[in-house]
Ligand binder design. Sequence first.
Ligand SMILES: [Fe+2]
Length: 316
Amino acid sequence: MTEGRSCPLAYRYSAEDLCQEPSTVSEDVLYIIGGLYGNPWALDEIEQMALEEERQGHRVKLVFNGDFNWFNASDSLFRTINSRVLDHTVSLGNVDYELANPNAGAGCGCAYPDFVDEGVVERSNRIMARLQGIAGEHPDIQRRLSLLPRYHCLIFGGLKVLVVHGDPESLAGWGLAHEAFVGGNDGKLSEWFLATGADVIASTHTCLPVLWSGLVGEHSRMVVNNGSAGMGNLQSDPRGLITRIGLSSPVIEPVAGIQRQGLNVSLLPVAFSLEAWLTDFDRLWPAGSPAAVSYRERILNGTSLGPKDVIFPSLI
Ligand SMILES: [Fe+2]
């Protein structure tokens, strides 16, 4: 395995262990925020969305499930993002893990599968190397990152919500990626739901959104992958996405949503200021830099997916 394609041993865990010690959520709404990627404007907007929920009488718990670092390649932005995020409930992504515990030979730790182009992998390794240089100047933050868990199991509305970064076998697993659902991964899903006992599994890491529902063991189950909170996810749409789980409907129009077992699970758009973020991004990652080559087009224009493409089983 080469840098950026390997899956470090420390990323591995057993699905059976993930919901052994669940904690009960007292708030009315969960926001699960994966892939903020160092975008402070998206974080501002998410905080505003939570305030709006609170004005409607819903208390919101912010849960960050990793990769809140990535483009924040300056001392001040590195400190700002981490200080703000670490005030909440947080678990690690591979990016944050590699900043806290640099693994020789892991590169970005993304465990990129074969369908991801080698140029993307090589540029991600260079982004990680630059960010690790900055993180090394902030040992207090590195220490706080190193103490974070790799997953959370939450009891919400009487149901088990398992929050991971990748999948139930690895911090950087691609088993809950959009591509995996397109390929049909029902066997693996059944195995993971039965092993964890989860009603909902929330993931991120693989950068494209998914909202799946189905029956496993005669119980209704759901998978939600928010794609990216800090970067566009849908066609001609630069808005980020977060996962919202509530007993009530969201106060803003979701991109997609389902209701099962009394839970409302939806993907909410994060309409941050693109102009403000691009100004920061271009200063940190000018034309020709690895992040500009890999991500600027997506930041501007999103992906090729329409809202219906994120729903599984697919809508005909
Ligand atoms: Fe990741």
